[in-house]
Design a protein around this ligand. Structure first.
Ligand code: GLY
Ligand code: MN
Ligand code: MN
Length: 420
């Protein structure tokens, strides 16, 4: 609120309920910005921050309690409890927002909000402005509409102690889920059975997936966002599991690539060792004062050098880095911010320079090598190998913390878990 200034206002809406079909809704997930500011878990709510308002600066509009609706949809919080339980100063029924909010915005110079995200909110915002302009004597409409993202997402980028505690829990549930999943990963099982074990472990800890899990056996691992999860696991294949858990809206994001029904083949192991070395090198760059891009550069050097040593790419590391040819096998970046969203908000560049890492930021580190199954330029023994190793790493004032470190990633550690 202080960043926005005393002559401004800030308005954020809850995520709407989204219908799957007829009257069946998708599982509800609160809007991350709204959750960040309120912790309020319901749809049909709007937060207004009104610096200097005498009767309270933090105002929430939410559903009124309604016995008939609550019999169908379950208990609702209501304006009275919202004030008592959610650290808001004042609350009103959301049904009355068109009558109340425009007057609260009157005379303020700047309005911070999201536009172009939700049609219904955009329309509502214009309706409030029209209402204000047509009020008796002609109300003073804010002169500036400022995209809220820059202000809020800058705050969300730096995680507080309490947020880090939730992220540790999300990481812990995801590591438990992978351990359970890999027990179900035997030759002949379906990828969906491994997915079932993941989901079981997450729900058993009151968490939900932070994105649809990838359970990719063999060459399916070369499809980066594979989520069909309907193939069978074969002896000797690798199994890539990319699955994160969400705890109180905070995400984790882990990938491990397991050998199925035995050990790694010589080729699988050669590629695995490169990815693991790349990941170690990248994690070592996740430190306050280093650029966000340093982890990717470190991973890329190791992967390019490794692929050249195995003669999977012609020439040497330098030429392959320069030409970008390594991207044939490593086509994505090494990480992203993570927080309330799995691909979290926050600018990656500042003043057109890569952003420097600072304490409180959390990133994923996820290098991979994927050799397309139809790449006829390589010997058949290499084709269809897809390996990624992904951890969540918090930047601290002194060094970093790998939130997902509890899940093994050395070949020996993995074989001990998957019975090789
Ligand atoms: N699970 C999505 C990602 O790794 O970015
Ligand atoms: Mn990721
Ligand atoms: Mn992932």
């Amino acid at each position: 609120m202080h960043m926005a200034g005393a002559d401004s206002a800030l308005v954020v809406a809850a995520a709407p309920r989204r219908m799957r079909n007829a009257d069946a809704a998708w599982p509800y997930r609160q809007d991350s910005d709204f959750h960040y500011l309120t912790g309020f878990p319901e749809p049909d709510a709007v937060l207004a921050l009104l610096p200097g308002r005498v009767r309270g600066e933090v105002v929430l509009f939410c559903r009124e309690r309604d016995a008939a609706r609550e019999r169908i949809e379950g208990a609702c919080i209501g304006p009275e409890q919202a004030v008592a339980r959610f650290d808001v100063d004042d609350a009103f029924p959301v049904e009355d927002i068109d009558d109340i909010l425009p007057g609260m915005l009157e005379g303020r110079t700047r309005l911070y909000c999201h536009f172009g995200r939700e049609n219904e909110f955009d329309a509502q915002l214009l309706r409030w402005m029209r209402r204000l302009r047509s009020s008796r004597g002609g109300g003073v409409v804010p002169r500036e509409f400022v995209a809220l993202g820059h202000l809020l997402h800058e705050l969300r980028l730096y995680k507080s102690t309490a947020e880090l505690a939730l992220m540790r829990r999300a990481a812990q549930v995801a590591t438990t889920a992978q351990r359970e999943a890999v027990r179900a990963a035997r030759p002949g099982a379906g990828e969906y059975e491994v997915e079932a074990a993941l989901l079981h472990a997450m729900r058993a800890h009151a968490a939900v997936p932070s994105y649809p899990p990838t359970v990719a056996a063999g060459a399916n691992a070369c499809v980066l966002h594979y989520t069909a999860n309907r193939a069978k696991l074969k002896q000797g294949d690798l199994l890539l599991i990319d699955a994160g858990a969400e705890v109180e809206c905070y995400a984790s994001d882990i990938t491990r690539t397991w050998p199925i029904g035995g050990g790694f083949s010589r080729e699988q192991r050669a590629i695995y060792d490169i990815v693991l070395e790349a990941q170690h090198a990248a994690i070592d760059e996740v430190r306050a004062g280093r650029a966000f891009t340093a982890a990717h550069e470190a991973a890329t050097r190791v992967i390019a050098g490794g692929l050249c040593s195995l003669k999977l790419l012609p020439g040497g590391m330098r030429s392959v880095l320069k030409s970008g040819e390594y991207q044939r096998f490593f086509p994505h970046k090494t990480g992203h911010w993570i927080g309330l969203d799995v691909h979290d908000v926050g600018d990656y560049r500042v003043d057109d320079e890569p952003r420097m890492l600072e304490a409180g930021m959390v990133v994923t580190v996820e290098p991979g090598i994927y050799i397309p199954p139809d790449d006829a330029t390589l010997a058949a023994k290499w084709r269809g190998i897809g390996i990624r190793i992904e951890d969540d790493v918090a930047v601290g004032a002194r060094g970093n913390e790998v939130l997902t470190a509890a899940l093994p990633k050395t070949p020996d550690g993995m074989l001990a878990l998957c019975g090789g």
